[in-house]
Design a protein around this ligand. Structure first.
Ligand SMILES: NC(=O)c1ccc[n+]([C@@H]2O[C@H](COP(=O)([O-])OP(=O)(O)OC[C@H]3O[C@@H](n4cnc5c(N)ncnc54)[C@H](OP(=O)(O)O)[C@@H]3O)[C@@H](O)[C@H]2O)c1
Length: 381
């Protein structure tokens, strides 16, 4: 995909401004803002896939959280090499990702797809970098921790910059739908143990990357103008429509996205017995996923207790105003860190207090990808 497609965060400059800048060229590039996050004793960071939807969000989250760094390299494909972007008041040249990109890198944030991660993450690790990987390439590798910091931080307790040997390590970021689901389900699971979970997703265009967002915009204009919609990213009309998630269908009839929810939940909860089923749907929403989650508990869990647990959980906000019919929406959570949960109600179809329905919305580029990865990186410091 060409960098010119990505203007959603306005970091990327298309006409070259500086031609010889590799990594950070501090003094001569200084603009008016100097952030505290640029620190000589901070780690050296690489952002892989910086021109993409998640890559651009990495920059936003690093900046929002004042993540400390002594240098930062902006890496993408050959297509984007030579383009420029500004970050925290400095100009950077986007570089083509090559093995040497990881020389002297402490933390590499990867979001350039599974094949790039499979090829380059092991090289980065060999060269001493800690890789936080957003792709599915290593998620189910038993040697690789799969981490949501609010849920299972202990899975990466043995990994940190201070305990580094010659090599680094990979930590995988779960799938965005899994993160959003488990942010709400885990506090309840800790209290009453979830034995079965039924998830139905309503997934936004942004989950398929920057080009999918552009296609949804374009199709919406085309349909309103009475034109035939352009279908390049998705095979069918997306605007004013919805369809089963575009992930490949497997031999058991589930698609890959659905099976990620099943397998990743078991790994993150370290519970092979939990029964999970999912149906994943793409809806023509620009940003932020929604999920309907039905839970069955081993122990009793009444509605009031559930609401209190969710209100107290880190990274969650409860929006559950029955009198005004006000519940979480993708728009409400877009560009926000917290996952919103509402429609908290006892499941009438289950005996006693053993079933609960909830509805969650989360910005999957943010908590579902970039924010979660940066939180992991913070735990490495
Ligand atoms: N979007 C989400 O909500 C989300 C959530 C969780 C996880 N993820 C995962 O994050 C990854 C990126 O997703 P995205 O949505 O950001 O996709 P995207 O918008 O399509 O961006 C893809 C990025 O990868 C770069 N890239 C592609 N081929 C490359 C190569 N050979 N070498 C170096 N860089 C290369 C692209 O650079 P060019 O611009 O130079 O082509 C671009 O920066 C995927 O693995 C995805 O599954 C995405």
């Amino acid at each position: 995909m060409h960098a010119s497609a990505f203007v959603h965060r306005n970091y990327i400059h298309h006409p070259p401004i500086f031609s010889s800048c590799r990594r950070v060229c501090f003094a001569s590039r200084l603009r008016s803002t100097i952030r505290m996050s640029l620190k000589e004793d901070g780690p050296s960071v690489a952002v892989v896939g910086v021109t993409g939807a998640v890559g651009q969000e990495f920059l936003q989250v690093l900046s929002d959280r004042d993540f400390p760094y002594r240098s930062i390299s902006m890496l993408a494909s050959r297509r984007s090499a030579g383009h420029h972007l500004s970050f925290e008041g400095r100009e950077y040249e986007i570089e083509e990702l090559v093995p040497e990109s990881f020389d002297d890198v402490d933390i590499a944030l990867f979001s350039a797809g599974g094949s790039v991660s499979r090829d380059m993450a092991p090289i980065a690790v060999q060269r001493g970098a800690f890789v936080v990987d957003n792709s599915s390439a290593f998620r189910m590798d038993p040697r690789v921790p799969l981490v949501i910091p609010e849920v299972n931080p202990d899975a990466m307790a043995h990994i940190s910059l201070r305990k580094r040997g010659k090599e680094g390590a990979i930590i995988a970021n779960p799938n965005c739908s899994t993160i959003i689901c488990l942010m709400a389900a885990t506090p309840l699971h800790r209290h009453a143990k979830v034995v079965r979970m039924v998830v139905s997703t309503y997934q936004a265009a942004s989950g398929a990357g920057a080009a999918a967002m552009e296609e949804l915009k374009l199709q919406t204009r085309e349909v309103l103008d009475g034109k035939q919609p352009t279908c390049k990213i998705f095979k069918q009309q997306y605007a004013f429509n919805l369809f089963s998630h575009n992930a490949p269908i497997l031999s058991n009839g589930y698609n890959e996205e659905e099976m990620k929810l099943v397998k990743e939940t078991r790994k993150i909860w370290d519970d092979l017995s939990v029964k999970v089923t999912a149906t994943c749907i793409r809806v023509p929403v620009m940003r932020a996923h929604a999920e309907s989650i039905n839970l069955q508990f081993e122990k009793s869990m009444d509605e009031a207790t559930a609401r209190q647990i969710l209100e107290e959980a880190a990274g969650l906000v409860v929006i559950d105003d029955r009198s005004s019919n006000l519940f979480p929406t993708p728009l409400e959570v877009s560009n926000k860190d917290d996952v919103a949960v509402g429609r908290i109600r006892q499941d009438l179809s289950q005996e006693g207090n053993h079933g609960l329905d909830i509805f969650v919305c989360g910005d999957q580029i943010r908590k579902g990808a970039a924010l979660n990865a940066v939180q992991i990186a913070e735990k490495l410091l």
